[in-house]
Design a binder for this molecule. Sequence first.
Ligand SMILES: Cc1cc2nc3c(=O)[nH]c(=O)nc-3n(C[C@H](O)[C@H](O)[C@H](O)COP(=O)(O)OP(=O)(O)OC[C@H]3O[C@@H](n4cnc5c(N)ncnc54)[C@H](O)[C@@H]3O)c2cc1C
Length: 437
Amino acid sequence: MEAPAILSGGTMRTRPRVVIAGGGFAGLETAFTLRSRLGDRVDLRLIANEHDFLFRPNTIYLPFGGDEAKLHVPLTDAAVRRGVDLVRASLKRVDTDLHLVELDDGTIEHYDYLVLATGAAMRPEEVPGLAEHARTIWTPGQMHDLGDDLERLHLAAADGEVRHVLFAVPPGNKCAGPLYEIAFMLETWLRRRHLRDLVCLTFTTYEHQFIQAFGPGVHHVVADEFADRGVNGYTDQALTRVEDGIAHYANGTARTFDLLVAFPPYRAAVDYPGLPTDDRGFLLTEPDTRRVQGTANVYAPGDAGDFPVKQAFLAFLQADAVADDIAARIDPAAVPAPRRFAPVSMCVMEMLDKAAFAQVPLQTTGDPAAPVRVDPDAEEDYLVGVSPIWRLGKKALGYYLPHQFAAGRPFHGGLAWHAMELGLKGMSKTLADQVRE
Ligand SMILES: Cc1cc2nc3c(=O)[nH]c(=O)nc-3n(C[C@H](O)[C@H](O)[C@H](O)COP(=O)(O)OP(=O)(O)OC[C@H]3O[C@@H](n4cnc5c(N)ncnc54)[C@H](O)[C@@H]3O)c2cc1C
């Protein structure tokens, strides 16, 4: 066991203090897992700049009339329930020499272990005109604005007017899946309203394949669905500039639109001067533990770190590795076999009439043009399927996760998770196929 911390006055603090910044997927999973692993042998402090946890994956339903209230989980109750000290503030600065963080209200906090789970942000300004002329899909407010656009689209089409909706994934985006979900959902939504013939749908991405990170199986599913649904899908289309009603691409193509929906380039939500980052500000980490490179006690799980694919499911796996590493360092007996980060992505892509499922074992490549690929040594774990029943999986996750976090329990924890895992495994056995490259 590591030695207890010594405070500046020479007083001995018996419980090591873990300071966690960010009340999202990675931050809460780390906090609740640490509490489960170590009980009251650790002092947990959560610095959160929002009152609620936001279940961002299900914000895709908001443009189609979904209820936003269900997507927010108040942090206070969960923190109180699990003895986590909640500090409502923004982390401003980190001093890794003195083991201190500074908050925006001027408070200084000491840490023994620091978890930077402050997530990502959007940088639409990388594509001139994008912020002014496109709907983007990051915040609930932006999703509601898109919902207003869809109502206008509905009215115009119902009056017999033809409309063009263009979707664009520009270079620098790290999680394209949700934009595909919205395109598929819109296609189903229009069809159900008998307006599909009046709305032309086009999807463009800078990648060589649709959702390239998830391999050929997912690309084929998307390409087939686009073909079946009459959506024009194009790869290798790097958006460079947007004007009112016209999108320009690097290959010289220009496309007109009535509505452009884009998922902008990513950057880190918080800059951490003095800590190593990539060119978008994401913290460079050790692959297995997500410990920030060159530091002894600082970790970066989830979107804040440098894993090339930004996904909640991967954020959980990283947070589990972080919590286990910290817990094992505090009390090795509590975690004899700490989990390490093995990137296996799982996702369910909503289409409203059915959903696609993918389980993808990933491997980083070091190539900036294709930073991950399907792990060739784990082909038998690469599963892809499409079925209306997968929508139940998405719904189940939508109930399960907010419920777990409201109770102060980790996503990967307890009987409920094991039941959920068994269900997912059973479904993937019968509803998804292995993909051979
Ligand atoms: C529309 C959409 C749909 C998605 N769908 C899926 C999906 O189906 N499946 C999936 O796996 N992933 C999905 N994702 C991706 C997923 O939401 C992210 O990967 C996930 O939120 C990352 O979790 P995180 O904890 O790292 O970051 P976040 O969830 O963004 O949490 C970071 C937290 O840190 C807080 N914070 C920021 N700065 C500070 C500061 N200075 N001080 C204190 N707190 C701070 C933020 O307010 C936030 O609460 C989707 C994303 C979007 C936009």
